[in-house]
Structure formats: structure tokens, C-alpha cells
Design a binder for this molecule. Sequence first.
Ligand code: GTP
Ligand code: MG
Length: 210
Amino acid sequence: MNKMMITSAVFLMSNTSVTHLPEPKFPEYAFIGRSNVGKSSLINMITSKKGLAKTSGKPGKTITINHFLINENWYLVDLPGYGFAKRSKSAREQWKKMLFDYLKRRQNLVYTFVLIDSRLEPQSNDLEFMSWLGENQLPFIIIFTKSDKLGTVKLNQHIKAYKKELLRYWEELPVSFVSSAINKTGRDEILSLIDSENKLFSDYSSSIIS
Ligand code: GTP
Ligand code: MG
């Protein structure tokens, strides 16, 4: 496999609304999922930069839309998690509006990566969120996180059960990967997918300019 090298990864900005996002000139990939599922940790693992995205043992750490510029030609986005019960109803409503605005309006968004804790049974808020993406024709990829916390047998059982549940809602299964921020599982596959999408994006951009 031809591996993409990460030559630079920098934090660009945090936003609480979609009005001041970076110019949409590069392909963009966003990480979303329940609080504490490991979005920020995965960003650090993929970029091999500890501390690039802020992580925490306590859920509800990331509360803004955070843009990172990778290799000076694509964006990674860390989003706040959902399903954090300790937030007030109005804070959750505000979060939902910000997130849905972002997802619907961001024209350079290539894929949303939906992170699912590989240890948990299918959760209704994840399934509902994926249905919403589908209804809005937003392409997404599933990443089963924290795979290091389960043995191979259990992990495969969980993933199989999850896929079975998904087939109740989806005609075809979405693409999925397994990840671990601890032992770097999934890094090559995720980067290789991003690499091919980046190439398509630049072909597309040059075709509309010429
Ligand atoms: P919010 O920003 O609160 O929505 O959370 P988040 O999804 O960004 O999670 P974060 O990356 O902050 O990780 C939450 C906790 O899970 C931290 O204690 C991480 O160290 C731990 N964690 C994340 N990924 C992994 C993993 O792959 N394996 C293990 N064992 N722990 C992980
Ligand atoms: Mg986070």
C-alpha cells in the first residue's frame, strides 16, 4: 500500500458557528460521535501528533468546531461529541444547530467519519445520527474505536452484531474501519482512503476551473 506521509499538521481555528470557517479550498474530513468515543485521540493518532487535538478522560471536552490543516492541502475537523447528558437542554439544542449547519453547508466536506465505541451495543443516538446523514445525502464512514479494549473474538462479535443492526436501516453497509489510538490500528487504511479522496477532489477542482 502506498502510504500517505504526514509532513505537517497544524491547528488552524476553533469556531462556535459556521460563519468564520477556513476557506473551503481544500478537501475536508470531519470526526463525529458520542462524547468520549475517541475523536480527538484519533486525530492525534492519525497525525502522529500527541496533544494536537485536546483529549480528556471526562466526556464533553471538545465544544467547538476545530480545524486542523494537514500537509498544507487537506483539513481534519474535530467536532464536539453528542449524547453528553450533563449538558443543559438549551446547550444541546445549540450544539445540534451548529453541527447540522456545519454538515449541511460545508461544500468541501468529503466524508464525515462517525466514530462508534466498539465495546458498546448499538446506541439509538448514533443510529439516528447516521439516518440523518443518509436523509441529507451526506456520505459517511464508520470507525469502530478503542479496539484495543476488546479481545479479537469479542471485537469481531460486536462488529458483526453492529453491522446486522445497520442492515435493518440500510440497504448496503457503509464502509467501516476499526481503530485504536493506543496501537495505531486503522491508521493506514484511514489515511489511504483520505489520500484517494484528496486526489479526486483536486481532479474535480481543476476540472471546474479549466
Ligand atoms: P469529547 O471531546 O468529549 O467529545 O471526547 P472525544 O471523542 O474527543 O474523546 P477523547 O479523544 O478525548 O478520548 C476520551 C477518552 O478515551 C480518553 O481518556 C482517551 O485516552 C480514551 N481513548 C480514546 N481513544 C482510545 C483508544 O483507541 N483506546 C483506548 N484504550 N482509549 C482511548
Ligand atoms: Mg474531543
